[in-house]
Design a binder for this molecule. Structure first.
Ligand code: FES
Length: 109
Protein backbone atom coordinates (compact mmCIF):
# COMPACT_ATOMS: atom_id res chain seq x y z
CA UNK A 1 0.00 0.00 0.00
CA UNK A 2 1.33 3.44 -0.95
CA UNK A 3 1.65 5.87 1.95
CA UNK A 4 2.42 9.57 1.79
CA UNK A 5 5.83 10.56 3.14
CA UNK A 6 6.65 14.19 2.29
CA UNK A 7 6.80 16.90 -0.36
CA UNK A 8 9.57 16.26 -2.89
CA UNK A 9 10.78 19.89 -2.68
CA UNK A 10 11.42 19.54 1.06
CA UNK A 11 13.46 16.35 0.57
CA UNK A 12 15.34 17.84 -2.39
CA UNK A 13 16.53 20.68 -0.20
CA UNK A 14 17.33 18.59 2.88
CA UNK A 15 18.70 15.58 0.91
CA UNK A 16 17.79 13.29 3.82
CA UNK A 17 14.78 13.20 6.10
CA UNK A 18 13.69 10.93 8.93
CA UNK A 19 9.94 10.34 8.76
CA UNK A 20 7.81 8.17 11.01
CA UNK A 21 5.43 5.91 9.07
CA UNK A 22 3.36 3.29 10.86
CA UNK A 23 5.43 3.89 14.02
CA UNK A 24 8.61 3.04 12.15
CA UNK A 25 11.42 5.52 11.44
CA UNK A 26 12.28 5.63 7.75
CA UNK A 27 15.20 7.54 6.26
CA UNK A 28 14.40 9.15 2.90
CA UNK A 29 17.34 10.14 0.73
CA UNK A 30 17.34 12.19 -2.46
CA UNK A 31 19.83 11.32 -5.19
CA UNK A 32 19.77 12.81 -8.71
CA UNK A 33 16.00 12.88 -9.09
CA UNK A 34 15.42 9.56 -7.36
CA UNK A 35 14.21 8.97 -3.82
CA UNK A 36 15.46 6.02 -1.76
CA UNK A 37 14.12 4.87 1.57
CA UNK A 38 15.79 2.67 4.18
CA UNK A 39 15.01 1.76 7.75
CA UNK A 40 16.43 4.51 9.99
CA UNK A 41 18.16 2.10 12.34
CA UNK A 42 21.73 1.02 11.83
CA UNK A 43 21.79 -2.77 11.42
CA UNK A 44 24.78 -2.92 13.75
CA UNK A 45 23.47 -1.46 17.04
CA UNK A 46 20.42 0.52 16.02
CA UNK A 47 21.76 4.09 15.92
CA UNK A 48 19.63 6.45 13.79
CA UNK A 49 21.26 6.96 10.40
CA UNK A 50 19.83 10.44 9.80
CA UNK A 51 22.84 12.04 11.50
CA UNK A 52 25.27 9.86 9.58
CA UNK A 53 27.28 11.10 6.62
CA UNK A 54 25.31 10.94 3.39
CA UNK A 55 27.28 10.64 0.15
CA UNK A 56 24.77 11.27 -2.68
CA UNK A 57 27.36 10.60 -5.38
CA UNK A 58 28.45 7.30 -3.91
CA UNK A 59 24.90 6.39 -2.88
CA UNK A 60 25.85 5.52 0.69
CA UNK A 61 25.15 6.64 4.21
CA UNK A 62 27.76 6.07 6.93
CA UNK A 63 26.63 5.47 10.49
CA UNK A 64 28.08 7.82 13.08
CA UNK A 65 28.21 4.97 15.58
CA UNK A 66 30.97 2.72 14.26
CA UNK A 67 31.27 3.68 10.63
CA UNK A 68 29.15 1.07 8.87
CA UNK A 69 28.68 2.25 5.28
CA UNK A 70 25.29 1.29 3.84
CA UNK A 71 24.25 1.26 0.18
CA UNK A 72 21.01 3.28 0.02
CA UNK A 73 19.67 1.41 -3.03
CA UNK A 74 20.13 -2.14 -1.75
CA UNK A 75 20.59 -1.79 2.01
CA UNK A 76 23.75 -3.88 1.78
CA UNK A 77 26.86 -3.11 3.79
CA UNK A 78 29.73 -1.67 1.77
CA UNK A 79 31.99 -1.31 4.81
CA UNK A 80 31.40 -3.15 8.05
CA UNK A 81 31.16 -1.38 11.39
CA UNK A 82 34.54 -1.13 13.06
CA UNK A 83 36.12 -0.34 16.38
CA UNK A 84 39.85 0.41 16.40
CA UNK A 85 41.21 -2.27 14.01
CA UNK A 86 38.37 -4.73 14.53
CA UNK A 87 35.63 -5.25 11.94
CA UNK A 88 32.27 -5.91 13.58
CA UNK A 89 29.52 -8.17 12.20
CA UNK A 90 26.96 -6.02 10.39
CA UNK A 91 23.88 -7.29 8.52
CA UNK A 92 22.12 -5.57 5.63
CA UNK A 93 19.17 -3.29 6.32
CA UNK A 94 15.65 -3.00 4.94
CA UNK A 95 14.92 -0.84 1.90
CA UNK A 96 11.55 0.33 0.63
CA UNK A 97 10.14 1.14 -2.79
CA UNK A 98 9.29 4.81 -3.27
CA UNK A 99 7.19 6.62 -5.81
CA UNK A 100 6.90 10.30 -6.75
CA UNK A 101 3.44 11.52 -7.78
CA UNK A 102 2.73 15.21 -8.42
CA UNK A 103 5.81 16.29 -6.44
CA UNK A 104 4.82 14.18 -3.46
CA UNK A 105 6.88 11.26 -2.17
CA UNK A 106 5.15 7.99 -1.32
CA UNK A 107 6.47 4.76 0.12
CA UNK A 108 5.29 1.20 -0.52
CA UNK A 109 4.69 -0.48 2.83
S1 FES B 1 25.67 1.50 15.48
FE1 FES B 1 26.00 1.90 13.39
S2 FES B 1 27.96 1.17 13.00
FE2 FES B 1 27.64 0.68 15.10
Amino acid sequence: MLQYACELSVLKEALKLRIMIDQEAILFLYQNGTVYAIKDRCPHLGVSLVQGKYDPEGGTVTCRGHGAKINIKTGTIEEKAHFAFFKLPTKSTTTYTTKIVDNQVFIEK
